[in-house]
Design a protein around this ligand. Structure first.
Ligand code: SAH
Length: 541
């Protein structure tokens, strides 16, 4: 009932029937004023509410305004200025916004809020239909603009110098105009510099000052000032002819202007090229920049997202080869293994299977981005020899479990990979996903791969493997500490790849190595974002 009323109120507020005529609004306002008037009785209010099941909903439910300060207890007889009972100035008080009304408004549901979420902070690129056509790209809040616009603004800024620059810069509406204007300023400064330099060295001699002594080589920057100075000894410098000191000073200024000019020019051109390149990437990307790719810190969002677009593919092969080409898969062995595991078997939506981005698999878990899987496998690679034993904590979709199996079950050797999940449904999901391929089914049937339920923080004692330790342990969720059990279950030598979250909420991959002597070395590497390694959720939650 209350949700029905809420929906009606929303519909009314946003004029669900689509009518927006003034007449309607007038009527509405009149009704509101009427309802807001102190003379409206609470009985009337109740009726409106109770009849709302059969009649069209009231526009906005309002209660009477009760302002105790203005409703003095009525003594018998006539009251002057008698509060809500009278009209006039006190009637207007009821038009004040009322707290009671606010109470009846409900906050949006989680789904509504999520649907209206602000874009991620790094997302500064939007595609908008505008003057530039339906595919105009806005980067950092500005359309990109054309090369022509860049040149045109540079020319205006250059031709009219300071005024031209100010006009074009202040009125710019595109990156092209802004950078063109700056490029114009740069050229103007370089020109000034040149003029000052030639004027500084040629000016006085052109003036034919008889007292001016030319240095041995006027074009030389390292002439001997003492020599020149000697020639000017006893010269009267009080006139405007300018001595050698003045010439040197203006030359310095000239050089400074030229350096500043070149700097501004190069910067504006490179900025413009950067936004143009960004625009091209947005237009080329199949999802038009709408994925949520950011993974590692130290990588600019822009780099990561453009990498994601460049690396995504239409097939598994395309995805993996693109990752390899762009250096996100560094090893041939990892690439070949990834080519054997079809990511579409492990993602919930086949349409997004070949994107280089993490995707939700339910139960607050995600399948990591392929470049992250590649990075984990590459890090563990020295310990993933044929026949090795590997524990995959937080196996989730099962993708990495399958990939690790491809790396250790080869060259006729039967490796062993255990996928450990604390949510049974996800354990089953991993197993189900892997059984979608003949190879996956075969690996599980021959006992090379097994999915089990358990708390990954405690590791896993593999009874079938006679309690043997692990050559490599991969942890797919962020721990708050390096769990000793995992270190204890590691072979000598062996390696753990584990994301750990610090007290400030930052996560980093830690690589923990145990050498032949059983000595343990821990190394903190790059920043990441993983779901937490936690207690299993209770059934009711
Ligand atoms: N490698 C997986 C990552 C899944 S997300 C993939 O790419 O598909 C991390 C997983 O860790 C989740 O499935 C979550 O259920 C699991 N997890 C979190 N805490 C755990 C714990 N204490 N023990 C075992 N698994 C855990």
């Amino acid at each position: 009932m209350s949700s029905q009323r809420y929906e009606r109120n929303l519909a009314d507020t946003f004029d669900a029937d689509g009518s927006d005529s003034d007449e309607d609004n007038d009527g509405d306002d009149r009704q509101r004023l009427m309802r807001g008037s102190p003379s409206t009785s609470s009985a009337e209010q109740t009726t409106t509410e109770s009849s709302s099941t059969t009649q069209p909903a009231p526009v906005i439910e309002r209660r009477n305004t009760h302002l105790p300060a203005f409703v003095p207890p009525r003594p018998g007889g006539r009251v002057y200025g008698g509060g809500s009972g009278s009209d006039g100035v006190f009637a207007n008080l009821s038009a004040k916004p009322e707290r009671g009304v606010e109470k009846e408004e409900h906050p949006p549901t989680y789904e509504q809020a999520a649907a209206d979420a602000a874009p991620p902070y790094w997302e500064t690129t939007i595609l908008a239909p505008g003057l530039g056509g339906p595919d105009e790209v806005y980067i950092e809040g500005l359309p990109v603009g054309s090369v022509f616009s860049f040149i045109w603004n540079a020319m205006i800024s250059m031709a009219f110098q300071a005024v031209g620059f100010l006009l074009t810069y202040l009125l710019h509406t595109t990156h092209a105009a802004k950078n063109g204007s700056l490029a114009g300023l740069g050229i103007t400064l370089i020109q000034f510099g040149f003029q000052m330099k030639t004027w500084g060295s040629a000016g006085p001699s052109a003036g034919g000052d008889p007292q001016y002594t030319q240095p041995p080589d006027p074009n030389s920057h390292d002439f001997d000032p003492n020599q020149a100075q000697a020639g000017t000894a006893g010269m009267d410098n009080s006139g405007s002819s300018g001595g050698i000191g003045d010439i040197a000073g203006s030359e310095w200024l000239a050089y400074l202007l030229m350096i500043a000019g070149w700097f501004i020019l190069i910067r504006s051109v490179s900025n413009f090229l950067r936004v143009r390149r960004h625009e091209q990437l947005v237009l080329q990307s199949p999802d038009r920049g709408l994925t949520v790719p950011v993974i590692a810190e130290g990588e600019e969002a822009e780099t990561v997202s453009s990498m994601a677009w460049r690396c995504s593919g239409k097939t598994n092969g395309e995805l993996i080869n693109n990752l390899f080409r762009n250096g996100l898969i560094e090893s041939d062995r990892v690439r070949d293994a990834m080519l054997k595991v079809d990511r579409a078997h492990y993602t919930p939506h086949p349409s997004t299977a070949y994107q280089d981005s993490p995707q939700s698999i339910g139960h607050s878990a995600t399948i990591s981005a392929p470049h992250m899987h590649a990075s984990a496998a590459t890090s563990l690679l020295p310990f993933l020899h044929p026949g090795a034993r590997v524990l995959d904590v937080g196996s989730g979709s099962g993708y990495l479990t399958a990939l690790l199996a491809e790396l250790v079950c080869c060259e006729g050797k039967k490796g062993r990979v255990v996928g450990l999940e604390h949510i049974k449904e996800l354990r089953d999901l991993g197993e189900g996903n892997m059984s979608k391929s003949e190879r996956g089914t075969c690996l599980m049937e021959q006992g090379s791969v097994k999915f089990v339920v358990g708390d990954g923080r405690k590791g896993f004692i593999d009874e079938e493997g006679e309690g043997e330790c692990w050559d490599a342990i991969h942890v797919g969720a962020a721990a708050v500490e390096l769990h000793q059990e995992l270190i204890d279950q590691l072979r000598s030598p062996g390696r753990i790849f584990i994301p750990v979250e610090d007290e400030r909420g930052n996560q980093h991959i830690w690589v923990v190595d145990k050498n032949e002597k059983g000595e343990v070395k821990k190394k903190k590497t790059y920043g990441v974002r993983y779901v937490p390694l936690t207690d299993a959720p209770t059934r009711s939650s």
